[in-house]
Design a protein around this ligand. Structure first.
Ligand SMILES: [Fe+2]
Length: 252
């Protein structure tokens, strides 16, 4: 009997939780919606469909972040901004009520220091100083510390994309604390919490959320398969937990 009572109370608790939750996030800032520049959208139609879906999810603004890598995706303002502008034009024509901008997701690779020195980086945020960076999935890059130092000296605010996905940090949580001590902002991938990538990634996401190390959330949407999962994510307890923190999304 006790078992059934517990079960029943748990169910009621979950239902109440579910009814009272309103997603507080209005700005989505990690996705791959610029068509034909990386492994995200391939056509402008796909970009527009996903933006319609973001509007339906209650987002007032989407800042999309195409990959920039020295060997693979050599994107820059030159090719990204004209496509951003085409998408903006289509949003107006189709009467889709959402603000749209483009920045980038920079891989910390051998060529990144040169890019910092040259300036002209694709940034975002109220002062245009936030910059989204990612690391390789296999090993920590040897120039990470130098790149972070150079970015910060130049006045940028680095946001580390999906820290929970770098499993070389998962068994060495001090690494996360070191990065936080240096003022690096952490962006959790919304899909990580539901186990989309792997169990170790989901566990690490939980660690980061429970220890209040997350500053922002992002969907990292590449295609419609990611988008279809987002309503489930918003109903997931880890997402609700992370939203209890003062996230920076809505200031971007
Ligand atoms: Fe990404």
């Amino acid at each position: 009997m006790k078992f059934f009572n517990n079960l029943f109370n748990k169910k009621v608790e979950e239902e109440n939780y579910s009814k009272s939750f309103i997603n507080p996030i209005e700005v989505e800032f990690h996705s791959h919606l610029i068509f034909g520049v990386d492994d995200g959208c391939e056509t402008i139609e796909q970009s527009i469909e996903l933006l319609k879906d973001f509007a339906k999810l209650g987002m007032r603004k989407v800042i999309t972040t195409p990959h920039v890598m020295s060997d693979f995706y050599k994107n820059s303002k030159e090719n990204v901004y004209p496509k951003r502008d085409l998408i903006r034009q289509r949003l107006v024509e189709e009467n889709i009520d959402i603000q749209f901008d483009a920045a980038a997701e920079y891989m910390i690779d051998d060529g990144f220091e040169k890019k910092i020195a040259a300036g002209d980086l694709l940034t975002f945020g109220p002062e245009g100083k936030h910059i989204l960076i990612e690391l390789p999935f296999m090993t920590e890059p040897r120039n990470l510390s130098t790149c972070l130092f150079e970015l910060q000296i130049a006045g940028y605010k680095p946001v580390l994309a999906h820290p929970e996905r770098y499993l070389y940090y998962a068994n060495d949580h001090d690494k996360y604390l070191e990065l936080k001590d240096r003022g690096i902002l952490f962006q959790l991938n919304m899909l990580s919490g539901i186990g989309y990538y792997s169990k170790p990634v989901a566990d690490t996401a939980q660690y980061l959320v429970q220890n209040k190390l997350i500053d922002l959330v992002g969907s990292d949407t590449h295609h419609v398969r990611h988008m279809l999962l987002l309503p489930d994510v918003i109903n997931h307890k880890l997402y609700r937990k992370v939203c209890e923190a003062e996230l920076l999304n809505n200031y971007l």
